[in-house]
Design a protein around this ligand. Structure first.
Ligand code: DGL
Length: 257
């Protein structure tokens, strides 16, 4: 197959990275995509860094064996654990990771607290602490670790009293002031934006890093002259380590939301 027509690979610990792939499909509709969700091993956010690193390397190998021309690590947790080493091992591969969209949130310059919701690992790792270091004097930033939230989304529960109560407790525990904006530092969370809005109010801006990440991926593919020139819509293949139909069904539902 012509290199330009090879698929783009997306990877996440489960179904969350589909929120990022959706942004890619919007700006690069004619590309082919292969999505690998590792739902069998989700959640990653409470595992050890070395475990997540190993799982991420395995996932990258699966995608490379499928012939992808570039990869998006559409998982903040896997990015913090593995992206630096992946770049060393695959220096020629167009590869992007994702991190919480703190910069655009600070640049909004709204008075109040910026809440960053992410997994425990993402918030503990060096990558996030460096990012935090850049902005901590410019804004009031409150990191909120959300263990347990990924599981709601993996089981297809995007709304309802149970998840609302989880979110209400989180926000009340960590935030004592006016909320300027909320940064979703985990790719699963964009699927519950409506539920979160219901809790914090429609005026609070909720941001994620999906679009920024896929624009960077497009730049990298373009630099290597790897963007497709086909002028018909591409194809999408979703695979999941669980192999169970319900994960593929949930993935299709989330992709079409
Ligand atoms: N979507 C992953 C992220 O962005 C979730 C991690 C997990 O499985 O805990 O961090």
């Amino acid at each position: 197959m012509d290199n330009k027509n090879r698929p783009i690979g997306f990877f996440d610990s489960g179904v969350g990275g589909l929120s990022v792939m959706k942004e890619a499909i919007k700006i690069m509709p004619n590309e082919n995509y292969i999505y690998f969700g590792d739902s069998k091993n989700a959640p990653y956010g409470v595992k050890s860094v070395s475990e997540v690193r190993d799982l991420t390397f395995k996932a990258v190998e699966i995608l490379l064996n499928k012939g992808v021309k570039g990869i998006a690590i559409a998982c903040n947790t896997a990015t913090s654990a593995a992206v630096a080493e992946l770049r060393k091992v695959y220096p020629e591969l167009p590869l992007v990771g994702i991190e919480p969209a703190l910069k655009p949130a600070v640049e909004l310059n709204i008075q109040g607290n910026i809440l960053i919701m992410a997994t425990t690992m993402t918030l503990k790792e060096e990558k996030f602490n460096k990012l935090m270091g850049k902005y901590k004097d410019k804004a009031s930033i409150i990191p909120i670790p959300c263990p347990g939230l990924v599981e709601f989304i993996e089981s297809g529960k995007l709304q309802g009293e149970e998840i609302e109560e989880y979110l209400r407790n989180k926000i009340n525990t960590y935030n004592k002031g006016k909320i300027a904006s909320i940064v979703l530092g985990c790719t699963h969370y964009p699927f519950i934006t409506d539920t979160l809005s219901k809790i914090v109010g429609k005026d609070v801006i909720i941001m994620d890093g999906g679009l920024g990440t896929v624009k960077e991926l497009r730049r990298r593919l373009e630099n290597k002259n790897l963007l497709t020139e086909r002028n018909k819509k591409g194809e999408i293949e979703v695979i999941n380590s669980y192999g169970k139909n319900e994960f593929i069904d949930l993935s299709n539902k989330l992709l079409n939301m």
